[in-house]
Design a protein around this ligand. Structure first.
Ligand code: ZN
Length: 241
């Protein structure tokens, strides 16, 4: 990957410190000349992932020097207002359940639309024209703001509203969780897989105490189950004769 000339554009990665956005960060670092990260503090229950963000960036830069040269600033935005306008299991101490419409109550309505709008505003100022997010239609929990068409429409709206091309890239959109594990392996080999296992955070409950083969987490919440099942499928595939 050293020999491949970088795409000269600058990218802004929506980076939560979780597995998916870490895969997106590696994906962007393998492509773009300069990559910055942006995260959002909205009073989420799994705040521990905000601590993971800086650790992941540090370990990534230390272990992949050719990516470190491209890795730019990190931005952490205070979106406390999102906690004020939502009443869900992510921002208050309630059990994760499913509403009548099939959506888990971890859903903050339109969350990803807001994230991309704020990221675009920062990207514009920073001279970045590519926004990268880990949204996925394949294994997702039904969030309509993760859908490909939603984000394509938003790409058009942002590009018009800012009067400059703003490309929304979602490299995980059509990947299963197993394929996301395979993608990180392709991008950074065993070192990147180990980084994802050890330092990224996915668990909705913010549990970092229990260490499994697939990483830290409670092992039971929807996010942990997806991560574990994806890891198991990927492991079965790579160990198959
Ligand atoms: Zn969990």
């Amino acid at each position: 990957m050293h020999a491949v000339p970088a795409d000269p554009r600058h990218a802004m990665v929506l980076f939560s410190g979780g597995q998916d956005s870490t895969a997106c960060l590696a994906w962007a670092l393998a492509r773009y000349a300069r990559v910055e990260t942006i995260g959002f503090d909205y009073g989420q229950r799994h705040r521990v992932e905000l601590d993971c963000r800086l650790v992941v960036r540090q370990v990534l830069a230390a272990q992949f020097p050719h990516w470190a040269a491209r890795l730019g600033d990190d931005h952490l935005l205070d979106l406390g207002l999102l906690g004020q306008i939502s009443d869900t299991a992510l921002t208050s101490a309630r059990a994760i359940t499913f509403a009548a419409n099939g959506l888990p109550n971890t859903f903050v309505p339109g969350r990803n639309l807001l994230f991309f709008n704020f990221a675009a505003a920062v990207a514009y100022r920073r001279g970045a024209s590519v926004l990268v997010g880990g949204m996925c239609e394949t294994d997702y929990s039904g969030y309509p703001d993760c859908r490909d068409n939603t984000l394509k429409a938003l790409q058009v709206a942002l590009s018009l509203g800012l009067d400059t091309p703003m490309l929304l890239e979602t490299p995980l959109m059509w990947l299963s969780k197993a394929q996301t594990w395979a993608l990180t392996d392709q991008l950074g080999g065993a070192a990147l897989t180990a980084l994802v296992v050890e330092h990224t955070h996915t668990c909705y409950l913010g549990d970092r105490g229990s260490r499994h083969a697939w990483g830290h987490g409670c092992g039971h919440c929807p996010a942990c189950r997806l991560r574990r099942q994806g890891f198991d499928v990927w492991q079965a595939q790579v160990s198959a004769p």
